[in-house]
Each structure stands twice: as C-alpha cells, then as structure tokens.
Design a protein around this ligand. Structure first.
Ligand code: PEP
Length: 250
C-alpha cells in the first residue's frame, strides 16, 4: 500500500507580521518542491485566508485548532463549518501544546475530530508521550489511549480523512529528535493498534507522520523508515530548510 508522503508546517503563533509571512510564502512559491508530496502549512487563524490566497495552489493550509460546536456562544473559538466556508481544508487537532497549556483531553480532541470530519475537513490528529512516559515504557499505551478516544466515536470511513502525527512531547521544540528506530518502532505500534482497533485496511492506508525537532539534517534518515509517511514540522517550517524537508524523499 503506497501512502502519499505528507509534510506539514506548524507555524504555531508565528510569524508576527504580514511582512514575515510574505517572506515565507515567497520562499515556498519559488522553491522547487517534490510534486509527489502533499504539503500543508498552518499559520495562526488570522493569516489562514490571506496565506491561502497568495500561496501556490498545490500548497494547502490548515487551521491549528477548532471547536466541536457548529456555532453559538463560544467566545474566541472557530467552528468547523466556518473553516469549511472559508475554504480551509485541514485542521490540526490535539497538538501537545493544546493538550498541556489548554487542558484538552483526548475525549475533547476526539469530539473536535468528529465535528471537523462531519464538516468535511481533513484532520491532522496529534498524539505522543512525555519523556517520563517513554522512560517508564508507556509510549505505546499512551498513544493507543489517545487514539482510542477517537476510535470510540468515529466510524471506519472517517479515518480516510485523518493523518496521525506522532509527536513525542520531549522532542517538540527541544532539538532532541527521536532516533529513526524510535520513530519507526512507535509508528509500527500505532499501525498495529489501528489494525486491531479499526481495521487492517485503515491501518494500511492511514498516514502516520513524525513530528519533533525535524530539520534538514535528520529528515532524510527518518523518511526512509517504512512506517514514517511524512513530517509535522514546527520551528524548521519557518526557515528555508523547510524546502529540504519537503524534498526529503526526492
Ligand atoms: C510541532 O510543534 O508540531 C513540532 C513538531 O515542533 P518542532 O518541529 O519545533 O519540534
């Protein structure tokens, strides 16, 4: 089963100006990118529409979050139908910063995922363990439990619009990347979980991407792992090396 390589850029709460955003866009618009790779960039919500308008059409945009209700008195939130209406195809859900800083449980992330899919969005669903959990050999259990919450409320067909981002918390923004073996082993465990919890077909088709201090120096080796189907990139997605990461399998 061949899965299309996927590279996402999570800009987080950056850049701080329209001018900086234009620099990034020009870089991506002018670069020679591997056309076989699906590329999605995720700016702060304020910049989603302007970025989408100036990016070359094959590069998609993703929101960094959404709520699970369609509309109503939820100050500060954006709903899945609003994203859909604005022509935004993807949303990142369950990023570890949202789980930790904004107290999102796996159940909330699952509800958001269900709502996003119901509105026709695709979802980059983030999971991953802390350093303490890895050191106490709970990585597989933690990732499985995070996914189980989604399995509990989604249908088998829903998984065709989900990309799973395995992002060990200890590797995000730390410069401490998982080894290729650590990434491959965990991705294989996640696929095995999907086989049992959803179906062998979903397990074979679902893209599982790695995130956590990916850069131009480590992306090629990571990309050679059979169960690594791409990357979610934070810090390096704001730099010219993002192009090298997109082209990691070229
Ligand atoms: C992220 O925030 O999703 C991420 C992977 O960040 P970084 O690449 O900076 O570790």
């Amino acid at each position: 089963m061949s899965r299309q390589f996927f590279v996402g850029g999570n800009f987080k709460m950056n850049p701080n100006s329209v001018a900086e955003k234009k620099v990034l866009t020009t870089l991506l618009n002018q670069a020679e990118l591997d056309s076989s790779v699906e590329v999605v960039v995720s700016p702060p919500s304020l910049y989603l529409i302007p970025l989408k308008e100036i990016l070359r059409p094959e590069i998609k945009v993703a929101a960094q979050n959404c709520y699970f209700k369609d509309s109503g008195a939820f100050t500060g939130e954006i709903s899945p139908p609003q994203l859909k209406d604005a022509g935004i195809p993807y949303v990142i859900l369950g990023h570890s910063e949202r789980r930790t800083l904004f107290h999102e449980t796996s159940e909330i992330v699952a509800q958001k995922t269900k709502a996003a899919l119901a509105s026709g969005l695709s979802v980059i669903l983030c999971i991953g363990e802390t350093l303490e959990q890895r050191e106490s050999e709970q990585t597989t259990a933690v990732c499985s439990a995070q996914l189980q919450a989604a399995v509990d409320i989604l249908s088998e067909g829903d998984w065709s619009k989900i990309v799973i981002a395995y992002e060990p918390v200890w590797a995000i923004g730390t410069g401490k990347v998982a080894t290729s073996k650590q990434a491959q082993d965990t991705h294989a465990d996640i696929r095995a979980f999907l086989t049992k919890a959803v179906s062998p077909a979903v397990a074979a088709a679902t893209r599982i991407i790695y995130g956590g201090s990916v850069n131009k120096g480590n992306c090629v080796e990571l990309s050679k792992q059979p169960d690594v189907d791409g990357f979610l990139v934070g810090g390096a997605s704001l730099k010219p090396e993002f192009v090298d990461i997109i082209n990691a399998t070229k």
